[in-house]
Design a protein. Structure first.
Length: 354
């Protein structure tokens, strides 16, 4: 791959190809003298290949909750930076300003901040304090429950999540995904070939891992345990999960009949939860765009899409990128069966395996 010139005139869509984690781009307000920094999403040592909007390409090694100082050959020097909670809070602060029709430069001048400092705060590119959050909330005249919620979020934004501790069953990519799932209001999954990870039974996951090969029995057990721990996000009553599942996934090749039967029964059980919706997409009605790849759309203050690859994933948070997946979700919603129809299809597949 050739290294693009930083002076390239054409615009390219930023893509973060993740082996270990993503790096977002800087936005409004960066000033001369502020070194551009790549920002790694949490947690643990991460590695990413980044194609920036200027079409330049660099390989950056990052670490847990870290930003990186620029290096001539693109290798970052790790610095501790904002985690997922702080990035979501930063996005809320930006929306507060925008909803009031205030210019970034005017707010920065009024509160005595450098414009670059406020821009980097809003885009999750610098650590900020509880006192700074309170200062901004006061300027925006935020009161009542909203004020209490945002202050509480500021107090807890640096507290580590369970996924940041040493849990062998989670890969670095999975830890990043879990960090976003933990703060999501809605999780929308599209699975054209397999049952979604958040809906898999331990036996089904174990069969997939055994077919993948290269893992010992103990390693497979650790990954199954990690998957079960990740699935606990669906126990939250304040998160909604929508799983679009291709009809083909209900007949996953290579899965033993008893294992597949129990998996289908589990789908029916999960469908009965008030915050879970399982929708079957007939194969002949699947939108062409959706055939390309499975993905997970995580709705929150900062929307993020996780595009699944064979052994890693891509995280997208740019609005131009996520909008494409919004359209795909709309198409899936239009072509998928209703919940009641989906139940009947799953029950029929379960009956064939008895």
């Amino acid at each position: 791959m050739s290294i693009g010139s930083p002076r390239a005139a054409h615009r390219t869509v930023r893509l973060v190809v993740v082996e270990r984690g993503p790096v977002p781009h800087a936005r409004e307000g960066d000033r001369e003298g502020d070194r551009p920094r790549s920002h790694a999403l949490p947690p643990a040592p991460l590695r990413a290949t980044i194609a920036t909007r200027s079409a330049s390409v660099a390989t950056t090694i990052c670490c847990s909750n870290a930003t990186s100082r620029e290096h001539p050959i693109g290798v970052g020097m790790p610095r501790k930076g904002p985690g997922t909670k702080a990035r979501n809070l930063a996005a809320e602060l930006r929306k507060l300003r925008e909803s009031r029709g205030l210019r970034l430069s005017d707010v920065a001048e009024d509160i005595g901040w450098d414009k670059s400092k406020l821009s980097r705060t809003e885009n999750g590119l610098r650590n900020f304090t509880l006192e700074e959050v309170v200062q901004l909330l006061g300027y925006y005249k935020v009161k009542g429950d909203q004020y209490a919620r945002l202050v509480a979020a500021a107090r807890s934004m640096n507290e580590p999540g369970w996924w940041e501790f040493d849990l062998q069953g989670l890969s670095e990519d999975s830890r990043t995904l879990v960090a976003y799932e933990s703060s999501a209001d809605e999780i929308i999954s599209w699975s054209p070939f397999l049952i979604p990870g958040l809906l898999q039974t331990p036996d089904y996951t174990g069969e997939l891992l055994r077919a993948h090969g290269g893992l010992t029995f103990e390693q497979r057990q650790e990954r199954v345990a990690g998957r079960l721990r990740r699935q606990q996000v669906l126990n939250r009553k304040d998160v909604r999960f929508v799983g679009f599942i291709a009809e083909l996934s209900l007949r996953t090749p290579g899965i033993e009949r008893p294992v597949m039967r129990r998996q289908l029964a589990h789908l029916l059980e999960m469908q009965r939860r008030p915050n879970v919706s399982v929708r079957v997409v007939p194969w002949d009605a699947t939108p062409h765009r959706a055939l390309l790849t499975p993905f997970i759309f995580l709705r929150s203050t900062l929307d993020v899409v996780h595009v699944e690859l064979i052994s890693s994933g891509v995280f997208l948070d740019d609005e131009d990128d996520t909008r494409v997946y919004e359209k795909t979700i709309t198409e899936l919603d239009a072509t998928s069966l209703s919940e009641a129809e989906s139940v009947r299809v799953i029950e029929a597949q379960e009956g064939e395996r008895t």
